[in-house]
Write a protein that binds this ligand. Structure first.
Ligand code: HEM
Length: 452
């Protein structure tokens, strides 16, 4: 049997070499062009080159070939204590890092505690009894069967009516993905917030603070402290008001209160508040941003866009989903997942690429790279909608795999399907037809036009 696999393995190795060398040449050419042309500081021009998804894919292709598990002493992340940096790029090794919780732990605890004013949230916890208690409690209230029964129909209805009301031109984040994702906070979670704008602002700021503020910007620190205080006050008051009203609603908050009344541990008012803060930060900015990125990627790929539109018009939900998730493989919301070495550990032990990772090292497990590793993913550079689901590492892996994973599989295609079903879907003219992040890490504007 291994003899039959030999040609395949050889071909994959050849691809690894070819892609790595090709990417190195392209990067060198583009870096030279960025240095010799354009305006502004050279460093910023180079950074922009490597920050683009295409640039990142090329850097990872080179690393997979020449230095699959890179480790250096420089501290790149100031937000969480660490003693250096490692980048893990081969799929097997990314999965390994995200599966070895005793060796590579999550780092977010201190900032989670700052947000809740004292308590950790389960994404910031190691694999402890407390982690299991909290995640189990939340799984009792956010149920998988809600996806087809409540969440998907709500998203389908709301997205359809927003596209229908748009009159042939829509600012996707502002008029579609943010309002519908925020609508779920009310309709499903039972936590609408004082206004949609405040919920968007709080959850976006806190997501940014937790996961993207690598340089620990003091201005963002102050903004996050204020957003967290307002979020805690509003949600604490809302929980108290719901209890005082005696109203029983079958939404996520209502189920939390029912469990509290039954004596389920870990669900006093404050714990409900803190858990919901964590879930809502996970839900709103991510859902909107990921849907917008997927659409943006499709708009850059005429054949894929045509395929997605055909599927949407035919009511082929699997076909729409196939296009949306393949688009996200090229443009995942997060290209890496952070872990910190809890003790001295070795990645890829017993192989030529083995790398010792000293305790305290911040490890970037590159999920984007894992999804393009030619040793594990057939034709990684091609847009294919027939990939097995486990190809996709769009929201983590292992213990901390996204709590919303099943929601995402319904909400992301559901948000885009009514838009994709419209004829002549295209970018609006000029800069309006391009993603505008308004100085945030998330898409704030992207206008598209359509007929019918
Ligand atoms: C497309 C949208 C989303 C993306 C791209 C995304 C991404 C991620 C990623 C990468 C992780 C793993 C973090 C790590 O291991 O360090 C994660 C975990 C998590 N996500 Fe999401 N997420 C999305 C939607 C959601 C939604 C809708 C919710 C809430 C309902 C949510 C709640 C969470 C929570 C609570 C965790 C921690 C899970 C644990 O520690 O066991 N996310 N997400």
């Amino acid at each position: 049997m291994w003899l039959l696999n030999l040609p395949v393995m050889l071909w994959r190795r050849l691809l690894l070499v070819g892609e790595g060398l090709g990417a190195a040449l392209l990067l060198a050419g583009e870096a030279a062009a960025a240095i010799s042309r354009g305006s502004g500081p050279v460093g910023a021009r180079l950074a922009a080159l490597f920050a683009s998804p295409v640039g990142q894919r090329r850097v990872f292709a080179v690393l997979r070939l020449v230095q699959p598990n890179l480790r250096f002493g420089t501290v790149l992340v100031a937000a969480y204590a660490n003693s250096g940096t490692a980048i893990v790029t081969r799929r097997d090794d990314v999965i390994d890092v995200l599966s070895r919780d005793d060796d590579f732990g999550v780092v977010y605890g201190p900032r989670m505690k700052a947000i809740t004013d004292g308590e950790n949230f389960f994404l910031g916890m190691q694999d402890t009894p407390r982690y299991t208690r909290d995640v189990s409690a939340m799984r009792l209230v956010v149920r998988r069967e809600d996806v087809p029964a409540v969440v998907a129909p709500f998203v389908a209805r709301e997205a359809l009516s927003r596209v229908a009301a748009a009159g042939g031109r829509i600012d996707v984040p502002q008029a579609l993905t943010l309002p519908v994702a925020a609508g779920l906070l009310d309709h499903y979670f039972g936590t609408p917030g004082p206004s949609r704008a405040e919920m968007v602002d709080w959850t976006t700021t806190l997501f940014w603070y937790l996961f993207l503020d690598l340089q620990a910007d003091p201005a963002l620190d102050a903004k996050a402290a204020s957003a967290a205080a307002s979020f805690r006050d509003w949600l604490g008051g809302h929980i108290a008001a719901r209890k005082a009203s005696g109203e029983t609603r079958d939404d996520v908050l209502g189920r939390c209160l029912a469990l509290q009344a039954s004596g389920t541990p870990g669900l006093d008012d404050r714990a409900i508040r803190d858990n919901l803060i964590g879930l809502l930060i996970g839900e709103l900015p991510t859902t909107s941003a990921a849907a917008t990125l997927a659409l943006d990627e499709l708009l850059d790929r005429p054949a894929a866009l045509a395929g997605a539109q055909k599927a949407a018009r035919a009511g082929d939900d699997d076909g729409v989903a196939g296009h949306v998730f393949e688009a996200l493989r090229f443009r995942p919301l997060n290209p890496v997942i952070y872990r910190r070495a809890m003790r001295d550990a070795t990645v890829a032990g017993g192989t030529l690429r083995a790398r010792r990772i000293p305790e305290g090292t911040m490890v970037f497990a590159a999920n984007l790279s894992a999804m393009f590793d030619p040793l594990a993913v057939p034709q990684p550079g091609r847009f294919r909608i027939d990939r097995p689901w486990d190809t996709y590492m769009l929201w983590g892996h292992g213990l901390h795999l996204c709590f919303g994973a099943h929601l995402n599989r319904a909400t992301l295609p559901g948000l885009l399907k009514p838009l994709l079903a419209r004829r002549s879907l295209r970018r609006a003219e000029g800069p309006r037809g391009r993603i505008d992040q308004q100085g945030t890490p998330f898409p704030v504007h992207l206008e598209v036009m359509f007929e019918g």
